[in-house]
Unconditional design. Structure first.
Ligand code: SF4
Ligand code: SF4
Ligand SMILES: [Zn+2]
Ligand SMILES: [Zn+2]
Lengths: 76, 177
């Protein structure tokens, strides 16, 4: 499966990843991070294609990590 | 696509390419772009927006159905940036179209991307000081491909610099400040 991890405290809630994802896998959540922003959250376990568009578009390198063809969902 | 922090290769200390300077920040050395132009010679670095404390590279871009200005980190290999707009209607083959923010000239050229999984034939070309010295960046939005062309700098050094692609994690962690 493909999925994306958001490092909540690196995210500034700018919505660029939400806007670029062709499969609507990302949204801005309701939690506030250490910087005071409502950060992005991933909800695309069935639809993410690991295309990397969110990763390359995110203005904060380090906020997004893309995992492709993983055997299991992440343990949080 | 995990975070990585590429060390500046030793041979580079002897041959810093034109338009760049080498600077120590914390425990690491970084190559910083300090002169970069459109084909008509307009300076693309702006003092009004700084990323990691350095003037950012300003470009006018079209991405998908949207357009506006982006500011790109002058630290070589960093992908930190600022957008003035939200890119919309993007697909995995969407390419960025870039223009000089001063004169509006297109910065696009034919370019054969060297990244193994990319078949892009379009690139953004930016000019460095010195005749024929350029930086090419793959236009595909989800491709990190870029290459330097510098006359008078050995190919080995150019290839090493072109391979640098580190992803910082914000000013504090990146520079240990
Ligand atoms: S990798 Fe592609 S499909 Fe997956 S969340 Fe990012 S933009 Fe969406
Ligand atoms: S693009 Fe990056 S900084 Fe902006 S909301 Fe998405 S994860 Fe956060
Ligand atoms: Zn110009
Ligand atoms: Zn490419």
């Amino acid at each position: 499966m493909n999925y994306v991890k958001i490092a909540a405290d690196e995210c500034k809630g700018c919505r660029v990843c939400v806007s670029v994802c062709p499969h609507h896998c990302l949204m801005i959540g309701t939690q506030i991070n250490a910087l005071g922003y409502q950060h992005a959250v991933f909800h695309g376990f069935d639809t993410c294609t690991a295309c990397g568009l969110c990763f390359f578009s995110c203005p904060e390198p380090g906020a997004i990590t893309v995992f492709a063809d993983e055997k299991e969902a992440p343990h949080e | 696509m995990k975070l990585k922090n590429t060390q500046i290769p030793h041979e580079l200390r002897q041959t810093v390419p034109p338009g760049f300077r080498l600077e120590q920040r914390g425990d690491f050395e970084y190559l910083i772009v300090e002169s970069i132009f459109c084909r008509h010679g307009h300076n693309l670095l702006v003092n009004s927006v700084k990323i990691h404390g350095e003037p950012a590279i300003k470009l006018h871009v079209k991405i998908g159905k949207s357009e506006g200005v982006i500011f790109v980190d002058a630290f070589w290999g960093s992908h930190a940036k600022l957008y003035s707009f939200l890119p919309e209607e993007v697909t995995p083959t969407t390419s960025v179209e870039a223009f000089c923010p001063v004169c509006g000239t297109s910065l696009m050229e034919e370019y054969t991307c060297r990244e193994p999984e990319c078949d892009s034939t379009r690139g953004i070309v930016l000019y460095l000081p010195g005749d024929g010295n350029t930086v090419h960046v793959c236009a595909r939005l989800n491709c990190p491909g870029h290459h330097l062309n510098i006359i008078d700098v050995p190919d080995a050094v150019i290839n090493t610099i072109s391979a640098i692609n580190y992803f910082g994690v914000g000013a504090f962690e990146l520079f240990g400040e």
